[in-house]
Design a protein around this ligand. Structure first.
Ligand code: 5GP
Length: 175
């Protein structure tokens, strides 16, 4: 309990659920009749992926994950990104939708989009739960966006601080 008192709620679990229902409907309509590969970026996207996948019921969906490590200090990504765990299947000819927790500077997603495009998917788009536009260094196109957040360090609903707080059901700010 002591730990959760340090977190100020920014986006409630109800707002997250409602927005994901809308995103799921939009994605299902856009990919109607097409098989879709959802690619979750570990670890931050694990809850978003679980809820988003269930918001696209009845759709032909494959689920895969990859792990990325971006180098830099705690609050600044350097743009040097390493794939720490790769996809389990090739994506050539597939419609790929990246499922990410947050786009901050945009450096990580710029790297990943470029990397996945070299594998010749039929298409590749980005779905991010959060976007911090004030911190953008690279302008990456977010095709499906949950929420825009201010320039604050957010945790919860998959997002961590030193590997903690991922299990909070809401998005909050560390005080
Ligand atoms: P970018 O390359 O866009 O600067 O950063 C991408 C990664 O930095 C995200 O996938 C996330 O892991 C981490 N990140 C950026 N901002 C935040 C934040 O406010 N909270 C947390 N927990 N992680 C963040």
């Amino acid at each position: 309990m002591a730990e959760s008192q340090k977190i100020k709620e920014l986006i409630s679990s109800e707002r997250i659920a409602a927005r994901i229902t809308e995103l799921g409907a939009e994605i299902a309509a856009d990919y109607s009749g097409k098989e879709l590969v959802l690619v979750g970026v570990l670890k931050g996207s694990f809850l978003f992926m679980a809820d988003l996948a269930r918001a696209i019921p009845g759709h032909d969906v494959l689920i895969d994950f990859l792990g990325l490590a971006s180098y830099g200090d705690a609050s600044n990504s350097s743009g040097v990104v390493q794939i720490t765990a790769d996809l389990t299947k090739p994506i050539a000819g597939k419609h790929v939708l990246i499922v990410e927790d947050i786009v901050d500077t945009g450096l990580t997603m710029e790297y990943l989009l470029e990397n996945l495009r070299t594998r010749h998917p039929a298409s590749v788009r980005l779905c991010s739960l959060l976007h911090k536009p004030e911190r953008a260094v690279k302008q990456v196109q977010i095709d499906y966006l949950g929420f825009t957040v201010p320039d604050l360090f957010v945790v919860g609903y998959g997002l961590d601080y030193a590997q903690r707080y991922r299990n909070l059901p809401f998005i909050g700010v560390l005080e």
